[in-house]
Design a protein around this ligand. Structure first.
Ligand code: ASP
Length: 370
């Protein structure tokens, strides 16, 4: 019979169609599930933006003149291809300044926010975008007061976002890769630019314009990163993070600590001027191994004896240790040797130590351990 056959054919045609649809549906379900599972597996990285050249823009792609801190964090994230495959990233604008305008107030806000975020199981790592001028200071400050072993990576760029060959997007991509990598745990705050990973304590901006500006002249890089693939070469060897005794809980400001740059025949009354202006501590960017004129050394002694102002000897030399009791006995002048901390970082340690009520007797040990 034709009629029933036709029904049979129609039935099997419908069944085939149905089967194909079910198969297609199942394939879509599986693909979606895999995609979903991958999303779930992606680490959560928060990017906290503070401004700098990485967020800078210029009228011309071939001009060195630009304005720092112009681009918002979402625009920066959108400019990085593949970043969302590395991690579940989201951004927050903490500030938008050239880092020459970085303040203790922003440091405290940033550090408190990082502590809050890292305390949550929902955040695996932090990236801070920052101008390069004072990036080493912010990174070192954070390394002393962030209480977590989850990775915190600061990054920036030497070329503005609108520049020809802007390196900001790759630096940000690499920073997110580091912050989402379990191997980066327990390494303290890291600074990453130009395919390199540096320990916050050891790194300095060494060149005013070059993309290879950041270097750790004494201890060398912590590791390297290449289009998101990374490796570590050594461990940081000072205290930071969970082992640091410094805390900013409840801290609203830090004591004033000034830096005085030493030079031949420097004005002998500089120390007095800073003490009168309210400095509670002074760092001398000394000549050579933290040296200074006799007059300044005696003024340092008097500043401590008369006003309790502690003077730390660092160096204006680009690299090297400042050793205790080198050309005179530090004890005789109540001075402290900065070890390998440069003047800007010695200032941060002294500010934090003073804010926690540390006394001269314990200060030298702090400079050797942190
Ligand atoms: N002046 C800029 C800043 O520190 C320089 C830079 O980011 O490269 O914000």
């Amino acid at each position: 019979m034709i009629f029933p056959k036709a029904i049979e054919n129609t039935n099997s045609f419908i069944m085939k169609l149905f089967n194909i649809k079910i198969k297609a549906f199942l394939i879509v379900v599986v693909i979606t599930a895999i995609g979903f599972a991958q999303d779930i597996d992606l680490p959560n990285v928060k990017i906290l933006a503070t401004g700098g050249t990485i967020a800078g823009s210029a009228a011309s792609a071939t001009s060195g003149s630009y304005e720092a801190g112009q681009i918002g964090i979402q625009t920066m994230i959108n400019a990085v291809p593949g970043i969302k495959k590395l991690a579940d990233v989201s951004g927050e604008q903490v500030a938008n300044v050239g880092s020459q305008d970085m303040t203790v107030e922003i440091w405290l806000k940033l550090a408190n926010r990082i502590n809050e975020l890292l305390a949550s199981d929902d955040v695996d790592g932090i990236v801070v975008t920052h101008g390069t001028d004072t990036q080493e200071e912010t990174a070192y400050f954070l390394s002393l007061v962030v209480k977590s072993d989850k990775p915190v990576v600061t990054t920036g760029s030497m070329r503005s976002s609108t520049s020809i060959s802007a390196e900001g997007p790759l630096n940000l991509y690499n920073a997110v890769a580091i912050a989402s990598n379990p191997e980066a745990k327990g390494k303290g705050v890291m600074v990453s630019l130009n395919d390199q990973i540096h320990a916050a304590r050891d790194v300095s901006k060494m060149n005013t314009t070059n993309v290879n500006s950041f270097q750790s002249p004494i201890k060398g890089m912590l590791g390297g990163v290449f289009y998101g693939r990374l490796g570590f070469f050594r461990e940081p060897n000072t205290k930071f993070g969970n082992t640091s005794k410094f805390s900013i809980t409840g801290v609203k400001k830090l004591p004033r600590v000034d830096i005085i740059y030493a030079y031949a025949d420097m004005a002998p009354d500089l120390i007095d001027m800073h003490v009168k202006a309210g400095a509670k501590g002074i760092v001398i960017a000394g000549v050579g191994n933290g040296n200074m004129t006799d007059a300044i050394l005696n003024a340092a002694k008097k500043a401590y004896e008369d006003h309790g102002v502690i003077v730390v000897r660092s160096t204006r030399a680009a690299t090297g240790w400042v050793l205790r009791d080198n050309e005179f006995k530090d004890k005789d002048y109540h001075t402290v040797a900065s070890g390998d901390l440069n003047p800007a970082k010695a200032r941060i340690l002294l500010m934090l130590a003073l804010s926690m009520g540390e006394k001269l007797n314990d200060m030298q040990e702090l400079f050797y351990t942190y």
